[in-house]
Design a protein around this ligand. Structure first.
Ligand code: CAO
Length: 426
């Protein structure tokens, strides 16, 4: 059967996309990549605030926005205007999913409580990202790094001697968007049986904690003794009451560390992540010129190596420093030794294999011209992903009003004259 003959996985699913900034848009963009029709409702005039943030080209939607809103349609609706509310109600009736990540209480203030939405369309799935789940912080606004801190990631990231650290990977925003997308697809699946919609809630704190669960594992292990795979164990530094920051320790059962490679003095990314995986320990010893370590009782077994990881990685580094990160990668892979070059964003942007798989995609935008975005990282063999440019603000106003909502030309003219879809004519 030809690839993609059956359309896309989420063909026929229509989404009322009330998202903004990053967490919600990540979710709906993914669903759009999988074929859902995402109708993004934006505030007239400005739209999603990110359109104007971190702009690189004057007057053109930012990359922040365009890289998170591909495969969507945009309509501008003032949700506080009576005619705007009427449009949203109509959208609720014809859509399958409402996705939003407003601050707590915002949607209720607009008049779209879960009860109201459910009454308008009992089949609708209403999916929300919030910073925190029910509890003491549920009313709080939350951004990426707040979630990283409150979800346990920051306290366990960085070096022991330094302060907590946030990571560049947007595990709070994009990570929670991913969780939400899974919740939506599961709710759609359940609706096939029950005919009923339901609420889906992902709190960013929960999403981060889910991704940091190995650290909660270690928290519990601490009760029974030191964490021997942490390099601080080998360095003789006592553990406190909480999981410490572990630098570049692997966090798993196979010790690893980031090592310098040739050119590190001038190139900030001339490093490699090196894992001393136990099954290939012999190959590692031969490769770095330490064959005697294979039988030396101080190095031959994983438990014997744990207290001397720093020294072991120091010795391996003497070897990696003589080669580029790509040479180390090639040499190690010949022996199935797991290593990973530290790739800069420049290298990733230029990496042909990522272009070939559609993970990095060049998109043509009517105002910006060509830009790179991240395509669908989830590859479905029978659901091709064609990445489309992020819509201009209100680009699909007429199309959605007439073709999706069935307004007549006269009604469209009245709506427009009322100011419900524009920032100025109220
Ligand atoms: N028409 C009219 N008004 C609109 C509108 C529209 N189409 N869309 C939004 N608005 C209004 C809202 O009604 C709200 O007004 P009120 O406060 O008067 O009710 C106002 O815009 C602000 O919306 P908001 O509260 O969601 O946005 P904010 O800038 O105050 O806060 C954020 C932003 C991200 C902190 C908050 O939305 C939030 O905590 N979201 C949940 C967690 C989350 O997703 N965080 C991740 C952000 S990065 O991905």
């Amino acid at each position: 059967m030809p690839w993609g003959k059956n359309g896309k996985a989420l063909d026929g699913v229509r989404i009322l996309d009330f998202t903004h900034v990053q967490s919600g848009p990540t979710c709906t963009q993914l669903l759009g990549y999988m074929g859902a029709d995402c109708i993004k409702v934006e505030r007239p005039g400005t739209g999603d605030i990110t359109r104007g943030q971190l702009r690189d080209i004057k007057g053109v939607d930012s990359l922040y926005f365009t890289m998170l809103n591909g495969n969507k349609r945009s309509i501008t609706v003032d949700s506080k205007h009576p005619k705007g509310k009427a449009i949203i109600e109509r959208l609720i009736k014809v859509c399958d999913v409402l996705v939003e990540n407003f601050a707590p209480g915002t949607l209720d203030r607009m008049g779209f409580t879960w009860e109201r939405v459910h009454q308008l369309n009992p089949r609708m799935i209403m999916a929300s990202v919030k910073g925190f789940g029910p509890g003491p912080y549920e009313e709080c606004k939350v951004y990426e790094n707040v979630a990283q801190c409150a979800g346990g990631a920051a306290s366990t990231t960085g070096f022991r001697e330094g302060p907590p650290l946030v990571t560049g990977a947007q595990i709070g925003d994009s990570g929670t968007g991913l969780h939400l997308a899974l919740g939506i697809v599961a709710a759609l699946y359940q609706r096939n049986r029950t005919g009923r919609g339901q609420r889906v809630l992902c709190a960013m704190q929960d999403g981060v904690l889910n991704l940091a669960r190995v650290k909660l594992r270690d928290q519990q292990r601490l009760k029974h003794g030191p964490l021997e795979e942490y390099s601080q164990f080998g360095e003789g530094v006592a553990f406190g009451k909480s999981v410490p920051r572990a630098g570049n320790d692997s966090g798993g059962g196979q010790p690893g560390w980031i090592l310098k490679c040739k050119g590190w003095e001038t190139d900030p990314d001339a490093y490699i992540y090196f894992i001393t995986q136990a099954p290939v320990w012999g190959e590692i010893c031969d490769l770095i010129g330490k064959p005697e370590w294979k039988t030396d009782p101080n190095y031959a077994t994983p438990p014997a190596r744990l207290p001397r990881l720093k020294q072991i990685f120091g010795t391996i580094e003497e070897w990696t420093k003589t080669k580029t990160k790509f040479e180390v990668m090639t040499l190690c892979n010949e022996h199935d030794i797991p290593v990973g070059p530290i790739l800069s964003m420049k290298e990733i942007a230029e990496e042909q294999s990522l272009r070939d798989t559609g993970t990095v995609v060049e998109v043509d935008h009517p105002k910006r011209g060509k830009y790179l975005t991240v395509g669908n990282p989830i590859k479905l063999s029978d659901s091709p992903c064609d990445v489309k440019y992020a819509p201009l603000l209100g680009e699909h106003n007429d199309e959605v009003l007439t073709k999706v909502l069935g307004y007549s030309a006269k009604e469209v003219a009245e709506i427009k004259a009322s100011g419900a879809m524009s920032a100025t004519e109220k």
